[in-house]
Design a protein around this ligand. Structure first.
Ligand code: NDP
Ligand code: GDR
Length: 360
């Protein structure tokens, strides 16, 4: 069937991830045709977008999924040439900072070179009017050189993940400067949601608090409790991505809340919400969070420490506010509550079923 010339088409890598799922929802609501790149997996990996799924036999469906991989140039060329997108959102990545120390080369390949493959394919296919969004990260700032961090704060990446993202950041800028491609970097500070992966710290905490509450888990083991992050809600941040691509001129933008809290604070938000306020005792690796009945609910496990840590992230989103009209709408306390409430429902179901899943 011929395409409606006014129909906007977006291609999303990483559509099965947290951000990909919120962005797909947003773009479908705005009337886009959305193409998503999914990876081959031995088990189902589309849980976050199953509610958007449309039968592939429906001809004018608005969500189209196809197999591809950022490590495979030919797959990227194929999906770009089939979809002929107006906008490409490159959200696909090996996105776990701690894991990137274990698989540095793979992380460089997918998170770094994957971006170069995608940009190269857009250029070589002659998609010169296609707009490109790169999922850049506050991890680029790494070692604290100044706060709050802005678009002009120097980068000092502190992990293989951040080094790969630095390469991708500069490749994106380079395609803008060399070939005039409308290519932008969103330098996004941490953003979370009930769809956050279970091994990122906020979700690990909200999920553990809920499971402890219903008796599925006794204790939560964490690494560095002193790390501070600027945590916002993922739903707000995908709106910012879209706004960057609707701008008159391509530029790079920080999205953040302008507030920072420690991992310990996030534990307090979640455990307070479930009615198990913590008292912190001890220091360093001996620090514990004790519940109202004197039981240790949170304990430090040095296995979760990173070879190099990013101690403090605090973003200044004033450029995005000024030029894009973007602002976060959810506070960190509201975010924690949203996540705990969601995880309490899941924990309740898990407790009711006989097959409890293992503790992460
Ligand atoms: P997730 O880890 O939830 O999702 C990552 C996505 O990338 C998944 O869809 C995953 O597929 C896909 N992916 C992984 N490897 C490949 C590959 N080789 N080829 C194609 N796709 C691949 O990340 P988020 O949604 O949280 O983040 C989205 C992007 O934004 C990432 O690039 C991340 O690095 C970046 N970012 C995230 C921030 C945050 O706080 N969330 C902050 C700043 C940047 P599968 O589901 O099959 O694993
Ligand atoms: P981050 O997120 O590394 O900032 O990367 P993560 O939630 O993994 O860690 C945040 C901070 O919490 C500390 N921490 C722990 N982290 C995890 N995962 N598990 C623990 O048990 C734990 N204990 C303490 C960490 O040391 C760290 O300081 C996320 C990812 O989404 C990236 O893809 C993205 O680019 C950045 O956010 C912005």
């Amino acid at each position: 069937m011929a395409r409606d010339p006014k129909q906007k088409v977006a291609l999303i890598t990483g559509i099965t991830g947290q951000d990909g799922s919120y962005l797909a929802e947003l773009l479908l609501e705005k009337g886009y045709e959305v193409w998503g790149v999914i990876r081959r997996s031995s088990s189902f990996n589309t849980g976050r977008i199953d509610h958007l799924y449309e039968d592939p036999h429906v001809e004018d469906r608005k969500l189209k999924l196809c197999y591809g991989d950022l490590a495979d140039s030919s797959s990227l060329q194929r999906v770009l040439s089939q979809s002929q997108p107006d906008e490409v959102y490159n959200l696909g990545a090996q996105s776990h900072v701690k894991v990137s120390f274990d698989i540095p080369e793979y992380t460089g390949d997918v998170t770094g070179l994957g971006t170069a493959r995608l940009l190269g394919a857009i250029y070589e296919l002659g998609l010169h009017n296609c707009r490109f969004y790169q999922a850049s990260s506050s991890e680029l700032y790494g070692k604290v050189l100044e706060t709050p961090q802005t678009e002009s704060t120097p980068f000092w990446p502190r992990s293989p993940y951040a080094v790969a993202k630095a390469y991708a950041f500069h490749m994106t800028r380079n395609y803008r400067e060399s070939y005039g491609l409308f290519a932008v970097n969103g330098i996004l500070f941490n953003h979370e949601s009930p769809r956050r992966g279970e091994t990122f710290v906020t979700r690990k905490i909200s999920r553990a608090a809920a499971r402890i509450k219903v008796g599925l888990q006794e204790r939560l083991y964490l690494g560095n409790l002193d790390a501070k992050r600027d945590w916002g809600f993922a739903g707000d941040y995908v709106e910012g991505m879209w706004r960057m691509l609707q701008s008159d001129t391509p530029d790079d933008y920080v999205l953040a809340t302008g507030e920072t809290h420690s991992v310990r604070d996030f534990c307090d938000f979640c455990f307070n919400d479930i009615g198990l306020p913590l008292e912190w005792r001890g220091e360093g690796v001996d620090e514990v969070g004790v519940g109202p009945d004197g039981q240790v609910l949170v304990q430090v496990d040095p296995n979760y420490f990173r070879p190099a840590e990013v101690d403090l992230l605090l973003g200044d989103p004033s450029k995005a506010k000024r030029e894009l009209g973007w602002e976060p709408t959810v506070t960190v306390e509201e975010l924690a509550r949203m996540m705990v409430e969601h995880d309490l429902v899941l924990a309740g179901k898990e407790a009711a079923s006989s097959s409890a899943s293992p503790v992460t």
